[in-house]
Write a protein that binds this ligand. Structure first.
Ligand SMILES: *[C@@H]1O[C@H](CO)[C@@H](O)[C@H](O)[C@H]1NC(C)=O
Ligand SMILES: *[C@@H]1O[C@H](CO)[C@@H](O)[C@H](O)[C@H]1NC(C)=O
Ligand SMILES: *[C@@H]1O[C@H](CO)[C@@H](O)[C@H](O)[C@H]1NC(C)=O
Ligand SMILES: *[C@@H]1O[C@H](CO)[C@@H](O)[C@H](O)[C@H]1NC(C)=O
Ligand SMILES: *[C@@H]1O[C@H](CO)[C@@H](O)[C@H](O)[C@H]1NC(C)=O
Ligand SMILES: *[C@@H]1O[C@H](CO)[C@@H](O)[C@H](O)[C@H]1NC(C)=O
Length: 401
């Protein structure tokens, strides 16, 4: 700029100041490449990522970890807070996991802990390269099943006021997203994919969390699309396409003593395609914990060729025989199922098999139309130890007394 006199010089400086100050504040940028990460798909960039995180986390104000549109091979990484400011983890490239997780120092491949104000965006991909692990997931009931290693693609533990936007998660070794003790957490526009026959690859598995939203996402896996475990409250799930997979499940619950209630969530505007289950509540047949599952609303849900569209099973026993300790002690109450339609592969399209000791209460069916698309006649409903009401169109006919 040509500034000759003092007055003009001051004016120029002022204009310069205005231009600089009015730039949007994208925060300080931390490009993983400046920490030595190599987007060649081969070099292990885990340390570079963790160094970038450390610096970003120590920065006050907002910072942005930038991962360009390249492929980074990375062993397990731990991103720990608390951090000084807000962090945007901007992943536009692909992260590639080692095929073998035996050397991992932690449970999950990518682990976020104790972070407030985290945003993960950028439209990138995390690839768990899990296909080699799946064969050892196969035998869920055999001897080693309990101490089998589970390695989620990504885990969030005590992460608050945060969001995960537009991520693609592929072929996790076990569940894709493991979510534990989060509060105020939004997940939108994610695409989670693993083959329908890959065991234990749940899409999103959540425990002890509250105030979550899961929106506008596609989940197709070999296990539950979303699994809601003990201690969760205030969830809003909508516009999800699920399939293949085992549907959106509450449970399994009741097996362990320290479990907490599950209450207050909505599942709306969701399509299940070719899944084994759609809406599923499962509690162990012989359960030790006395907890309540209540205030659930399922609304505007389409079933396309689903094996068990509505399935409440309080006699869950995946590895029989189960010890006969009595009926499930989980109380299910106040569940509304409204405007659910489509097709069932099984003749029993609506199955409510509740606990003898704690019968399901206040189950409301409103406008159900699920037809059986196989041989053996029209769809039926099964009621066991359940009290509730039905109104509007009702296919199959209600089994409430
Ligand atoms: C989650 O989404 C809701 C609704 O759009 C918004 O009000 C809230 O601020 C979001 N929370 C976070 C942590 O981004
Ligand atoms: C999350 O945000 C709310 C309001 O913005 C704030 O009160 C709360 O302290 C935050 N949570 C944590 C754990 O910092
Ligand atoms: C999700 O990702 C898979 C695998 O890349 C792709 O085939 C599919 O079209 C995507 N689905 C949506 C709804 O984006
Ligand atoms: C529902 O989610 C899909 C992504 O799975 C998105 O393309 C679509 O726009 C969303 N629909 C609405 C009504 O928001
Ligand atoms: C039943 O649950 C709904 C939310 O699904 C809630 O609005 C309502 O207050 C609950 N009713 C009772 C009696 O708890
Ligand atoms: C139920 O859906 C079927 C197939 O879409 C349709 O033909 C039938 O009229 C519907 N029944 C009611 C009672 O709405």
């Amino acid at each position: 700029m040509a500034c000759v006199t003092n007055v003009i010089e001051i004016l120029c400086l002022f204009i310069l100041f205005v231009v600089v100050a009015s730039r949007p504040d994208t925060g300080k940028n931390f490009d993983v490449r400046t920490y030595g990460a190599k987007g060649d798909g081969i070099t292990d960039s885990a340390n570079a990522f963790m160094k970038a995180w450390k610096d970003a986390c120590a920065q006050s104000g907002s910072s942005r970890i930038y991962i360009p549109r390249e492929t980074f091979y990375m062993s397990d990484v731990s991103f720990k807070g608390p951090c000084k400011g807000k962090i945007v983890f901007f992943l536009s490239g692909t992260l590639l996991s080692p095929v073998n997780a035996n050397k991992f120092k932690q449970e999950a491949w990518i682990d976020f802990q104790y972070v407030d104000n985290l945003v993960i965006s950028g439209g990138g991909t995390i690839d768990g390269q899990g296909s080699h692990s799946w064969s050892s997931n196969m035998n869920d009931c055999g001897a080693g099943a309990m101490n089998r290693r589970r390695t989620p693609n990504m885990k969030f533990h005590s992460v608050t006021n945060s969001s995960l936007i537009g991520l693609k998660s592929l072929n996790s070794k076990s569940e894709h997203l493991s979510i534990y003790r989060v509060d105020h957490f939004n997940i939108t526009g994610v695409n989670i994919t693993a083959p329908g026959n890959s065991p234990n690859t749940d899409g999103i598995k959540i425990g002890h969390s509250k105030n979550m939203k899961i929106w506008d996402s596609h989940i197709g896996t070999g296990d539950d699309c979303i699994a809601i475990l003990s201690g969760n409250s205030n969830f809003d799930i909508h516009n999800i396409t699920c399939g293949p997979g085992h549907g959106i499940s509450v449970g399994s619950l009741g097996r362990n003593k320290e479990e907490k209630n599950v209450e207050g969530f909505r599942v709306r505007d969701t399509v299940f395609t070719g899944t084994s289950d759609g809406i599923r509540l499962k509690t162990w047949e012989s359960s030790v914990s006395e907890i309540t599952v209540s205030q659930l609303l399922y609304e505007n849900i389409q079933m396309v060729d689903v094996k068990y569209p509505i399935n409440i099973e309080q006699n869950y026993c995946p590895c029989p025989p189960c010890p006969k300790l009595g009926d499930s002690h989980v109380q299910i109450r106040n569940v509304t199922l409204k405007n659910i339609w489509g097709t069932s592969r099984n003749k029993v399209a609506v199955k409510m098999h509740c606990s003898k000791t704690f019968p399901c209460k206040d189950i409301q069916l409103i406008d159900i139309n699920i037809t059986h698309n196989g041989p053996g006649g029209p769809a039926t409903a099964l009621c066991e130890n359940v009290r509730g009401s039905a109104r509007g169109k009702m296919v199959p006919p209600s089994c409430f007394k």
